[in-house]
Design a protein around this ligand. Structure first.
Ligand SMILES: *[C@@H]1O[C@H](CO)[C@@H](O)[C@H](O)[C@H]1NC(C)=O
Ligand SMILES: *[C@@H]1O[C@H](CO)[C@@H](O)[C@H](O)[C@H]1NC(C)=O
Ligand SMILES: *[C@@H]1O[C@H](CO)[C@@H](O)[C@H](O)[C@H]1NC(C)=O
Ligand SMILES: *[C@@H]1O[C@H](CO)[C@@H](O)[C@H](O)[C@H]1NC(C)=O
Ligand SMILES: *[C@@H]1O[C@H](CO)[C@@H](O)[C@H](O)[C@H]1NC(C)=O
Ligand SMILES: *[C@@H]1O[C@H](CO)[C@@H](O)[C@H](O)[C@H]1NC(C)=O
Ligand SMILES: *[C@@H]1O[C@H](CO)[C@@H](O)[C@H](O)[C@H]1NC(C)=O
Ligand SMILES: *[C@@H]1O[C@H](CO)[C@@H](O)[C@H](O)[C@H]1NC(C)=O
Ligand SMILES: *[C@@H]1O[C@H](CO)[C@@H](O)[C@H](O)[C@H]1NC(C)=O
Length: 226
């Protein structure tokens, strides 16, 4: 199984979080990633010393946890259907992280392109130019990121529709009906603006009302494989 670096949590507090017995694929994959990180932490003296601030009592406790976790991890990993699904989940999460990196670098490059930008901002952007170009030159990545953005927009539309429906249902809504109505009016205006985009509507209809179905391409954007 490919190891995934984003879900493989970097924070000791999360690695040491209470385990859970949830059976959904995503949470099982997260559990595999967490347990793997725990084993990794326990077996690396440098990491362990840093995570425990050189407290050997804490270090021993982590090692004991890891040794108990080994069996659980091994058991989860015997399920090859699960580990194959986790590969998809992890790849999807890793690609999402690349989209975030690309968006951040693009934002910084745009800032640096402004004539009034400081030398510091310009130097930083110049140093990142190659990395940004490499990301932008990867068609698989840019297609995925565009699909992801669409999916998020569809989900936002679905949320707006819910806000409007809740306000329309007088019985369901809150203490302050003026406030609820103002919120609904705002949602309605935003929704109308979004719905004017036929390309977006077509894409959303492929994703389902909740925006949670898998689009047909480029590959599964869903965190939970479907
Ligand atoms: C998970 O299940 C095991 C065995 O059924 C049980 O002993 C344990 O307490 C459960 N852990 C949690 C966090 O629910
Ligand atoms: C142990 O952790 C340190 C710090 O994160 C890392 O640089 C090193 O490569 C790790 N060692 C092993 C054997 O994985
Ligand atoms: C080390 O950790 C243990 C357990 O958390 C704590 O009781 C103890 O005070 C710590 N020792 C030092 C020197 O901080
Ligand atoms: C293996 O994992 C899959 C996906 O989570 C699950 O549907 C299946 O029941 C698991 N099989 C066993 C034997 O636990
Ligand atoms: C392009 O991006 C995809 C998705 O992040 C990645 O799997 C692939 O390795 C990248 N290709 C290159 C040449 O970097
Ligand atoms: C450039 O930066 C200035 C000052 O921050 C800002 O007012 C202006 O709108 C920016 N121009 C562009 C084209 O972004
Ligand atoms: C309005 O809200 C009530 C209470 O939550 C709910 O039972 C009812 O089904 C809702 N009606 C509509 C049309 O959504
Ligand atoms: C209800 O919300 C509106 C708009 O935010 C506000 O002007 C008004 O004072 C609120 N009324 C009460 C009773 O809280
Ligand atoms: C319409 O939606 C598509 C898909 O989300 C997007 O690529 C495009 O930029 C949008 N067009 C406008 C005018 O906003």
């Amino acid at each position: 199984m490919k190891l995934f670096t984003v879900l493989v949590l970097a924070l000791p507090s999360l690695i040491l979080a209470k385990g859970h017995n949830s059976t959904s694929t995503t949470s099982q994959c997260k559990e595999i990633a967490r347990l793997t990180s725990l084993m990794d932490l326990a077996s690396n003296a440098t990491k362990l010393a840093s995570a425990t601030h050189d407290n050997s009592t804490k270090a021993s406790a982590i090692q004991a946890k890891a040794s108990a976790a080994a069996t659980t991890l091994a058991t989860l990993q015997t399920n090859t259907t699960l580990t194959a699904l986790c590969d998809v989940v992890f790849a999807s999460e890793a690609t999402k992280a690349s989209c975030q990196t690309m968006a951040k670098l693009e934002k910084e490059a745009a800032k640096a392109a402004n004539a009034t930008a400081s030398d510091k901002v310009k130097t930083k952007a110049a140093a990142q130019a190659n990395e940004l170009a490499a990301l932008q030159g990867n068609a698989t990545l840019t297609t995925f990121c565009a699909g992801l953005k669409t999916q998020e927009t569809c989900q936002e539309m679905s949320q707006l529709q819910k806000t409007i429906a809740r306000a329309a249902n007088g019985t369901a809504s809150s203490k302050n009906s003026t406030k609820t109505q103002l919120k609904a009016d705002k949602a309605q205006a935003k929704l109308a603006e979004m719905q004017a985009n036929a390309t977006l509507l077509a894409a959303c209809s492929e994703l389902g009302v909740e925006g949670k179905n898998c689009p047909s391409s480029p590959f599964s954007l869903c965190t939970t494989p479907c």
